[in-house]
Design a binder for this molecule. Sequence first.
Ligand code: FAD
Length: 541
Amino acid sequence: MALSRDAYRALGDIVGPGYISEDPAVMDSYAYQWLAETVRPNHSKFMPRPEAALLPASTKEVQAIVRTCNKYKIKFKAYSTGWYFYGAPFSEGVIQMDMRRMDHIVEIDEKNMVAVIEPYVIAGVLQAEVMKRGLNCTVTGAGASCSTLVGATCYHGSGGTSIYTGELRENLLGAEWVMPNGEILRTGSVGSGCGWFCAEGPGPSMRGIVRGALGARGGLGVYTKCAVKLSPWPGPTEFPIEGTVPAYRSPLPKNFRAYTVAFKDWGSLFEAYYRLYDNEICYYAHRQWTMLGADLGPAFWMLYQDPTKSLDDIQEFVRKREVKELTEEMRRSFQLVLVGMSQRDIAYKEKVLDRILEETGGWKVKKWLEPEMEQFSLLYLLRLGRKNLNFVYTGGWVGNFMQSGTPDFVKKYEPIAEDATEEYQEKGLLVDCGSDSMMGCVGSIGGGGQCGLEQFGFYDVADKASTAAAVEWMKHCIQEEARRNIPPGKEGMYLAVGKTHAELQRDLAKQPLTHTWQRKIKQALDPNNLGDRMYPTLDEK
Ligand SMILES: Cc1cc2nc3c(=O)[nH]c(=O)nc-3n(C[C@H](O)[C@H](O)[C@H](O)COP(=O)(O)OP(=O)(O)OC[C@H]3O[C@@H](n4cnc5c(N)ncnc54)[C@H](O)[C@@H]3O)c2cc1C
């Protein structure tokens, strides 16, 4: 369904001829998405092809596009850094707004620790700029190359430093929002002309509608700017970098310490989580290295340190005696970074950590105390510049579970995740890297919050049997969760993308109140129904 020539011309007049295209090859580059193969017919790697792609350069242009879409009744969807298939069209007849030209850091208010950013400002760039001013920002677990605005306004937004720097959804201090009806709303204090410092008022807060827990994922208008809260960074104005590709290292000063801490069982590990909450000593707290599997992960991280090795050498590493020992030692482990605001502060935090480990029977893994390993950890964990590694085994992964709650709640579903995964790995349909491939935040500011474990399943994107197994594995996990009264995890969100309207309505009807209210909000803000079902609503009977 091509756009009418009138509509295409009207849209082209807004951005100029160099910034609009309907070339099928270009459109397919937008439609080609990781995870598409898990929900599209015949495991196609393509989401529906957009009718056109536009690259607006300003809020004014975004508003003009949205108004034109309302005039011609064309659906639209924004896309910033585009790591997930959620940003792609879900049906025919949609135009894609590619936000990459809006890549400015509008303002850094050093004194009040606030940054105002556009959609294509990636976390790595923002972090580099604010570090020059003794500040840091939350880099979500998705890594340094993801849009910070998306994490704050559109989807999720937690990371390893969330325990100190906050989740991006918490750090949101106001947004500039081109609503689906084409009006612009500035939420929070900026809307009253008072500057970007507060997301809630004066007047009623819009955070619940703009953001909620997971965001509208492109289903309810376009965010063109937002402000995020920054945090202290008592380190150098830029990361000192040493070493060679791929395992660069950062020799940060002695007020920075990185640890891999291990425990004899899950109970002790989760007990340590509670004690870390109570004592507020962490700058970074996350289970990260196990994401590549408790059986294969340690071998991978060791070979990664040697620039002459590649993934083909992993068997050689698995067989090494010291790697075997490390693998056993790291089974119940997670990563921590302590940062002292002064030498006394770091000495105090170290003492508290030692006491917690003593009381929970935990220990610091020696291998990761070696100066080069610690420097690697500091750079990797604080900058998260290597999220390509999620794809390293086979080019595809899904992250199941990750329901957040108290450590005791997470402890309940951990064995379910392992059991539900084992047979798929044993059959060779998912990479057999260990039935515990779980990573996740220890918690958010104040403890608790986004504590969870995401169970990774690595499937081969080039192999339909493996892709089909990944889909079956997601469904199997949902069944196993339901059997034990655990709500579905992230796999439920992935699979929902492939559901029919009727199937989705059946799911939404299980929470009728929320989704009825959302329908009313959508009717008010999107009268022509131009957003997609990423903002889920229950149909009127
Ligand atoms: C390897 C990997 C690891 C991850 N780990 C974590 C994690 O640990 N913690 C976490 O919180 N998240 C995690 N995520 C998810 C992550 O939060 C998002 O992928 C990321 O924050 C957004 O960047 P993106 O490139 O995916 O955004 P995009 O794909 O550009 O957008 C994401 C959604 O927001 C919409 N959108 C984009 N820009 C706009 C805009 N300007 N206005 C309105 N809607 C818009 C899109 O339509 C889409 O639905 C992970 C993702 C990956 C790929």
